[in-house]
Ligand binder design. Structure first.
Ligand code: PLP
Length: 405
């Protein structure tokens, strides 16, 4: 009895629990603005046309089999994925400084990156990592899970609804030298606020001066501006400047391959000697955890990255998704400011970028939206814009208007 009695109860994951409750809710006008998953104008999950074609090619290929991938994954995929992130012409790629390992999507890349640092990073004092306040909730648990304490750096300023940039920089300055900072490569979750290029440059200056380590989480490449290259600017700039770094790359959102779990971890190493050592170390970790990564999604993305017409089509598909989200922002802004004359300033709805809008409403207001209006969103007021479309946006805007009055 004692064994079972000793297991403490924990709450279900907020986001996944919400999906279950939403599905059961019989209310006809219910709206799901919870998880960061793209939905099309009809509220449906979208299989990207480029992915559909890659799937057809893959299924018909005489080479298709269901063998294990190597421990580090499909090499052609991870190499192509690294080039997509850093470009083929970047020095780190040309010099063979990047170790790339296939992971269980972005979450797995975060875990493997954290696990690697937990084993080998020379912490200067406390075993800690700086994460933005707020950040993707899983960052807290992913680092705690490998005995690294997450501490927050200021990021969001609720008053200005902008980045608390001076506070962020001053925390970077006063942190012990060689601290690790988790940075969202683009389309910051949950705030929708990214540093400008000028601001990234100032961050890079401090990171270099202090010898800090950049832990880039790139879960939304393409979703900030609609362009894969634009959205990799910060990562490429940091690499160019020789900042110690790794990148967690996910194809869940930008290829719509959520459940296929396609991702990679890219660690920039000192030289090609270090690269060899690290490759085997990372494989050691993967081997005990899941042995080898899932093959299907990686094969799909590999097809797309190495076929010029498919690659162009994918880029267009990304523009379609990012473009629709921008239209949703404009329409929501128009409804609130012009049609409903909702009290308060709503400029942030159009100024923020990516999949989310950090509405700034209180937990109580968010709760009311859910309980009275059957609109499901995170407690912190974050909404996934992909859940809105021409059929439900007015209902959402009116409900939001009601709860903030
Ligand atoms: N990092 C951030 C900031 C995210 O928002 C997400 C997904 O929501 C992920 C990583 C990981 O997603 P996945 O494991 O599906 O690639």
């Amino acid at each position: 009895g004692e064994f079972w009695d000793g297991i403490p109860s924990v709450a279900e994951d907020e986001m996944f629990a919400m999906i279950t409750t939403f599905k059961k809710d019989p209310f006809p006008k219910k709206v799901n603005l919870g998880a960061g998953v793209y939905r099309d104008e009809d509220g449906k999950s979208w299989v990207l046309p480029a992915v559909k074609k890659a799937h057809a090619l893959l299924i018909d290929s005489p080479d298709l089999n269901h063998e294990y991938l190597p421990i580090a994954g499909l090499a052609e995929f991870t190499n192509s994925a690294a080039k997509l992130m850093f470009t083929e012409e970047s020095d780190v790629i040309k010099r063979g400084q990047v170790v790339s390992t296939q992971t269980i999507s972005g979450t797995g890349a975060n875990h493997l990156g954290a696990s690697f640092l937990s084993r080998f990073y020379l912490f200067n004092g406390e075993r800690q990592v700086y994460i933005s306040r707020p950040t993707w909730v899983n960052h807290h648990a992913i680092f705690a899970n490998v005995d690294i304490t997450p501490v927050e750096y200021p990021y969001y300023n609720a008053e200005t609804r902008g980045i608390d940039f001076d506070e962020m920089l001053s925390t970077m300055n006063s942190a012990p030298d060689r601290s690790i900072f988790v940075l969202h490569a683009c389309a910051h979750n949950p705030t929708g606020l990214d540093p400008s290029r000028e601001q990234w440059t100032a961050i890079a200056d401090i990171m270099l001066a202090k010898g800090h380590y950049a832990f880039f989480d790139a879960a939304y490449q393409g979703f900030a501006t609609g362009d894969l290259d634009n959205d990799a600017w910060a990562v490429r700039e940091f690499a160019r400047r020789g900042i110690a770094m790794l990148v967690c790359q996910s194809f869940a959102k930008n290829a719509g391959l959520y459940g296929e779990r396609v991702g990679a971890l890219h660690v920039v190493c000192k030289d090609d000697q270090a690269t060899k050592k690290l490759k085997n170390q990372l494989s050691l970790i993967t081997r005990v955890e899941f042995s080898t990564p899932p093959a299907y999604g990686a094969k799909l993305v590999n097809f797309i990255l190495n076929d010029a017409p498919l690659y162009e089509e994918w880029r267009r598909n990304i523009r379609t998704m990012a473009g629709r989200l921008i239209e949703v922002r404009k329409e929501l802004y128009r409804l609130l400011t012009e049609e409903l004359k909702t009290p308060g300033n709503w400029d942030h709805v159009i100024n923020q970028i990516g999949m989310f809008s950090f509405t700034g409403i209180s937990e109580a207001q968010s709760k009311r939206l859910r309980e009275e209006f059957h609109i499901y969103l995170a407690k912190n007021g974050r909404i996934s814009l992909a859940g809105l479309n021409t059929k439900n946006i007015k209902y959402f805007a009116e409900s939001l208007d009601t709860v903030v009055r």
